[in-house]
Design a protein around this ligand. Structure first.
Ligand SMILES: [Zn+2]
Length: 306
């Protein structure tokens, strides 16, 4: 199986303040690692194009995009909140991150033996309808899911989010779309502490206590996600792939390792083969220990490439 990788130099250069965990090095380190290991020899890296504004506006409040464009500085950094920052290339990076997921969706819908991984930043899953937050400007995965429903042959989508933080933005944008199933596992209580208690037939919230092990994670996911996916029968699977539930991650307290990320990817891949003609587009969200991020991403990619 070929994994098409999408990325863009603007996603690397999107700037945050010194000492911020969501930093350029994350993506630079990951891309260098994919090259060093030879992964990119077999699986091409494609340059992402920006998503069209009208596709963003299918998901987000028009005022959000307007505000981001207005505030995006020509130089220096502009805070949107204490966690979330704009630098000179930030809006370009966010539009290309969303553009890569959308291009990936079109690639896998067009067919062929292809899966897609978007090695992009800023992440997106905390961005709500009218508000950036938690390092996220635009919700790339939710934008792609909502627009995918207009593609021929795509009646139902599943978004599977194993980032250690709850995908509050994705829940916010997708909860009214019964055709989109959102499954999110997350440390609880923990940031962002919003919308994790939404009850809807298409929302599956899977909280994990601080200190949870790989076995706890596997049990929790197995008892809540697989049945929901089988019932939903998605035509397309999108993964919000955050690797900050890794035991080495500095900003959360869940004890997964590369083997757990490989396991969840194998299970998702099997379900996508069964229900979704194998259509998977995975997108990087969090992961703040450089080594753990690179090792976990590679474990995820090796399963996608199998
Ligand atoms: Zn996270």
């Amino acid at each position: 199986m070929i994994v098409r990788l999408y990325s863009h130099p603007d996603c690397v250069s999107h700037q945050t303040p010194e000492g911020h965990p969501e930093r350029s090095d994350r993506l630079a380190f990951l891309l260098a690692r994919l090259e060093q290991t030879g992964f990119t020899q077999d699986h091409p890296v494609c340059e992402a194009s920006p998503i069209a504004d009208e596709l963003v506006l299918q998901a987000h409040d028009p005022k959000l995009l307007e505000r981001l464009k207005q505030l995006n500085p020509d130089e220096g950094l502009m805070p949107l909140d204490p966690d979330t920052w704009l630098g000179p290339t930030s809006i370009a990076a966010a539009l290309k991150a969303a553009g890569s997921v959308w291009q990936g969706v079109n690639d896998v819908v067009a067919g062929g033996e292809t899966r897609v991984f978007c090695a992009v930043r800023p992440p997106g899953h905390h961005a709500e309808f009218d508000s950036p937050m938690g390092f996220c400007l635009l919700n790339s995965v939710a934008i792609a899911a909502i627009n995918a429903l207009n593609l021929s042959g795509i009646d139902r989508v599943a978004i599977l989010d194993f980032d250690v933080h709850h995908g509050n933005g994705t829940v916010d944008l997708c909860r009214k779309h019964s055709e989109i199933l959102v499954c999110s596992s997350f440390q609880h209580p923990h940031y962002p502490d919003r919308l994790h208690d939404v009850v809807a037939p298409n929302i599956v919230n899977t909280p994990l206590a601080a200190g949870a092990s790989g076995d706890d994670f596997r049990r929790a996911i197995s008892s809540s996600w697989w049945q929901a996916i089988e019932a939903h029968r998605p035509d397309l699977v999108l993964i919000s792939a955050g690797f900050d539930a890794h035991r080495k991650d500095p900003i959360a307290h869940i004890n997964l390792d590369e083997g757990d990320f490989a396991w969840v990817t194998e299970e998702i891949t099997a379900l996508a083969e069964q229900f979704s003609q194998g259509r998977i587009v995975s997108t990087l969200e969090g992961g703040y220990d450089l080594q753990a991020l690179a090792d976990s991403s590679l474990a995820h990619l090796k399963v996608l490439a199998a």
